[in-house]
Design a binder for this molecule. Structure first.
Ligand code: PLP
Length: 218
């Protein structure tokens, strides 16, 4: 747990939020990290998240970070704090519907494809600016707070750095231009166990870290 404290200290000095990724981990393991002061946790499957949430402290801020099918939004809409993996207009509209039914407004991030690997999910980097008005406007129960991206799974630091840099550039462009009047478009989620230092250097405001905190997943 000293590891977690050192990690949090590093992130605090850079004003970066830590999402502890607890997928596949037990309630007991999550409680241990909670006892060390961690309050934001992330899961990548809606059913797993919906099953774990009732058994854990109510002040945990839950983030959905994995691909979400529209028919599963209803399981997490009553409590989820943020959905980081919004990758289609269709999903955004479903969150609007299910959040409304739950009497809530849910913060979301738009997932953007930045990796050189062929990734299935996420908006295209090049075309997001022309779509951003349609994605951020006119919904009462969804609030688009920023962008999320995952770099390539490679050893080459330069590749990872240039992908994070491209996402930061898009984030800055949207903030200063298209969304200049939207003060709360303030979150750039990038960086995982293997590449969070590069992400922080490139301007991340939120990292999603699993194995470094919980140990490797089996
Ligand atoms: C699993 C996962 C993480 C955390 O991965 P680690 O390498 O264990 O830190 C971060 N983001 C997403 C979207 C994930 O699915």
């Amino acid at each position: 747990m000293e590891k977690v404290q050192a990690l949090r200290q590093y992130l605090d000095t850079h004003r970066v939020k830590l999402v502890a990724v607890s997928k596949t981990k037990s309630l007991a393991e999550i409680r241990q990290v909670y006892a060390n002061g961690q309050r934001i946790f992330g899961e990548n499957r809606a059913r797993e998240l919906a099953e774990k949430q009732p058994g854990l402290p109510g002040d945990i801020e839950w983030h959905m970070i994995g691909h979400l099918q529209t028919n599963k939004v209803k399981y997490i809409a009553p409590f989820v704090a943020m959905i980081q993996s919004v990758d289609s207009l269709k999903l955004l509209d479903r969150i609007e519907l299910d959040a409304g039914r739950a009497g809530r407004t849910i913060d979301v991030l738009l997932q953007v494809k930045i990796a050189r690997e062929e990734s299935k999910y996420g908006f295209e980097l090049d075309t997001l600016p022309e779509r951003i008005g349609q994605l951020t406007g006119g919904r009462r129960h969804v609030n688009v707070r920023g962008l999320m991206g995952m770099a390539s799974f490679v050893d080459d630091e330069d590749v990872i750095r240039s992908e994070f840099r491209a996402l930061k550039q898009l984030f800055d462009t949207l903030r200063s231009d298209h969304l200049a009047r939207k003060q709360d478009f303030d979150t750039l989620s990038m960086g995982m166990s293997g590449d969070y230092r590069i992400a922080v250097e490139e301007g991340s405001t939120m990292v999603r870290i699993g194995s470094l905190i919980f140990g490797p997943r089996t």
